[in-house]
Write a protein that binds this ligand. Structure first.
Ligand code: SF4
Ligand code: SF4
Length: 447
């Protein structure tokens, strides 16, 4: 393994922003998800059938992606919306730059995809203020600016200094403040959970009700979505949204999702004047070309694998955006290159928890193993481990070397340590297989 890979491996884990005291929070999230995943079957009369259908419909749409994209685009165009294709994150940001003048009041939803294209960093570089749509941001509105600046802005706008407002008062005023800004030159950028191809519509989560508010009163609405988010039709959408609600929220129905399908039409009283969908590839086509790994596109984004993975649950962030997870272990090396991301294939312990809990029946553990194989073939693994495995293979393939008590003892000492203390290392017999076999034959002959 070159120095480059070693550095990428170490950097990947030293980036973890969590402190030790945060661990209890991730443990309780894990308990919550564990309960939801195990209770999910109670929400469906035929749970396994729904799981099978989720996997089937998603793989069907991915097998015919080009036609579904054309279908989606033509229907959205007919409703007055526009589709923009973006090859990668830089292309998507360039399109956003063209659509959003620096003077616009900009509202963002918190999402994994906006994180993937680095939108916040881009806006900070452009010195553009933006509002977030999650409730956590309300006591500290106008993130990423410091809270005193926000308070002083509110004090100025509403002369709240006189009566020492409570936190609730500040939140109320902040909402009022947001609505005033929404009415003038506002752009909202959200990401889509799913895109319904036969409707030309996007399904968008709305955690605290603010996305509905924003998208109803803004002037321009930009939806960012990966090309993998397409589902065939509205009738199938229910399988995806209800399975996701059951596994990630412990509910039988997702009440916090809205379907948007273009700008406001003549007789409607709210909705944006302009509506765009930026469809991002960003390495997804490369993933689609992989015979095995492409099955990650069946994902319904319930986050169960991320939260329950014994390794990656600690890389979650408090703002709900994962840094890395089982899905990244499969996607990142292919979409972003093995050079910087091969380390992810080795970070996994192959415990299988992610495959066990996945409602879309994705065998993540096996897919990670495919990436690990690819990384080894490209010589992107730790060279010491490679040498050890070669030596082990050589010893295990030679009967004589296995008969040697010294060799068996050395293997045991070497690999028992790597096994850790939580599992029992399968011990060798006192004698080698060949000797035991010969003894058996001798004993049988005597009898
Ligand atoms: S198999 Fe790997 S990625 Fe999946 S839960 Fe276990 S450690 Fe995490
Ligand atoms: S891969 Fe993970 S996030 Fe996607 S459906 Fe499966 S468990 Fe949920």
């Amino acid at each position: 393994m070159s120095d480059l890979y070693k550095q990428a491996f170490l950097r990947g884990f030293s980036d973890n922003p969590n402190q030790k005291e945060d661990f209890s929070l991730f443990e309780s999230m894990g308990e919550f998800f564990e309960r939801n995943v195990s209770d999910a079957k109670n929400f469906f009369a035929r749970f396994q059938t729904v799981r099978d259908r989720v996997a089937y419909y998603k793989s069907k749409v991915m097998a015919d992606l080009a036609n579904h994209l054309i279908d989606f685009e033509s229907r959205l165009n007919a409703q007055g919306g526009k589709v923009i294709y973006a090859e990668d994150a830089a292309h998507a940001l360039a399109e956003i730059e063209k659509l959003v003048p620096p003077t616009d009041n900009l509202f963002l939803s918190q999402s994994e995809l906006l994180h993937e294209i680095g939108l916040k960093a881009f806006l900070k570089g452009r010195r553009q203020t933006f509002f977030l749509s999650d409730l956590q941001s309300l006591p500290y509105p106008l993130l990423p600016e410091p809270s005193d600046k926000i308070l002083s802005e509110l004090i100025q706008a509403y002369t709240i200094e006189d009566y020492k407002p409570s936190k609730e008062d500040v939140m109320f005023l902040y909402k009022k403040h947001l609505i005033n800004r929404l009415y003038s030159n506002s752009t909202v950028i959200t990401s889509a959970d799913f895109l319904i191809s036969d409707m030309g519509a996007a399904v968008i989560s709305d955690q605290g009700g603010l996305n509905t508010l924003y998208t109803s009163f803004c002037r321009k609405h930009i939806v960012v979505a990966g090309i993998d988010r397409l589902i065939p039709s509205l009738s199938e959408a229910d399988y995806f949204t209800s399975m996701r609600a059951a596994c990630s929220m412990g509910r039988n129905h997702a009440w916090n999702e809205m379907i948007v399908s273009g700008p406001r039409s003549g007789e409607e009283i709210d909705g944006p004047e302009e509506f765009y969908v930026i469809l991002i590839d960003n390495g997804r086509t490369e993933l689609l070309n992989q015979v095995h790994q492409r099955s990650v596109f069946n994902c319904i984004h319930c986050q169960a694998c991320q939260v329950l993975c014994p390794v990656f649950k600690f890389t979650n962030r408090l703002d709900g955006l994962s840094v890395k997870g089982p899905l990244n272990c499969v996607k990142d090396p292919i979409c972003k290159g093995f050079e910087d991301n091969a380390y992810l294939a080795f970070a996994c312990t192959l415990c299988g928890k992610c495959s066990e809990v996945c409602p879309a029946k994705i065998d993540l553990q096996e897919l990670i193993l495919y990436n690990r194989k690819e990384a080894v073939e490209r010589d992107m693994c730790f060279s010491i481990e490679r040498k050890q495995m070669k030596l082990l293979k050589k010893m295990l393939l030679k009967q004589k070397s296995l008969d040697s008590g010294f060799n068996r003892f050395s293997i045991k000492m070497k690999f028992k340590k790597m096994y850790g203390t939580q599992k029992e290392f399968p011990d060798f017999g006192k004698k080698g297989f060949r000797l035991q076999w010969q003894e058996n034959i001798r004993n049988n002959n005597k009898q």
